[in-house]
Design a protein around this ligand. Structure first.
Ligand code: PEP
Length: 244
């Protein structure tokens, strides 16, 4: 069951120049060192400051993750960052298939599948994001969409030590909207029936210090992927403290 210890992961997205990012990392590391969080903690800064943030959080128990990786190991892929490079910068995790990649950059399940395989090739834990759009939910297709994304994005050989799922309804990201608790519980239960036993399933989408406790207390919610609130150390820490 230790595999399902809650994980609170901060997705900083394209936010933070060096000074901001290091100040944020220092604040989170200081809290992690002085308290005893009931969860694992992860921060995913922009690629440009990964190594510098890694140095700041070293020894604090806070882990480091990337926000995306290429599927290839190396070569003529201008602008891309490989899983090996993330690993070399000190990462243990990488977020893949985030809706801002799937929808903003037209990433297909096949591409996400190849990226998850690349993460595993170098020993990174893949945090695989899935979730339906507003229209898909309105027509009742959320389960079909999520099941199809899982089927298309997870390579053979998945185990709970190298795969984390983040259920992130696209319409809940950065909007202040969240599904009902019953809806979150229901879709997490469905995902639980699809992925390997004991795989951590995070919820993401407008989690904040006010709604965190009830979401994180649901039986099949093993933590949160936090966007906006992860940029405020007090809020990120309050969410971590809301883990039951
Ligand atoms: C996200 O982008 O992964 C996310 C969950 O964002 P927010 O918390 O801001 O909705």
């Amino acid at each position: 069951m230790a595999l399902r210890r809650k994980l609170i992961a901060g997705n900083w997205k394209m936010n933070g120049l060096r000074a901001d990012g290091l100040a944020l990392a220092e604040a989170i590391a200081a809290r992690a060192k002085s308290g005893t969080p009931r969860c694992d903690l992860l921060v995913c800064p922009p690629a440009t400051i990964l190594a510098a943030v890694g140095a700041v959080i070293s020894g604090s128990g806070v882990a480091l993750g990337g926000q995306d990786c290429a599927s290839a190991e190396k070569g003529a892929f201008t602008g891309d960052v490989s899983a090996e490079m993330l690993r070399d910068a000190g990462c243990t995790h990488v977020i893949l298939g985030h809706c801002e990649r799937r929808h903003g950059h037209d990433e297909s399940d096949a591409q996400v599948h190849a990226k998850v395989a690349a993460a595993w090739r170098t020993g990174l834990v893949a945090i695989l994001c899935v979730g339906e759009t507003r229209t898909e939910r309105e027509v009742g297709r959320e389960v079909a969409v999520v099941a199809s994304q899982l089927a298309g994005s997870i390579p053979e050989g998945a185990t709970p030590d190298k795969l984390v799922i983040a259920y992130e309804p696209v319409w809940a990201i950065g909007t202040g909207l969240t599904p009902t608790l019953d809806d979150i519980a229901s879709i997490h239960r469905t995902i639980r029936g699809i992925v390997p036993q004991n795989t951590r399933i995070l919820y993401g989408g407008s989690v904040n210090p006010t709604n965190a406790r009830e979401i994180l207390s649901l039986a099949d919610v093993d933590g949160g992927l936090i966007g906006g609130a992860s940029l405020k150390p007090d809020d990120f820490w309050a969410i971590a403290e809301a883990c039951p």
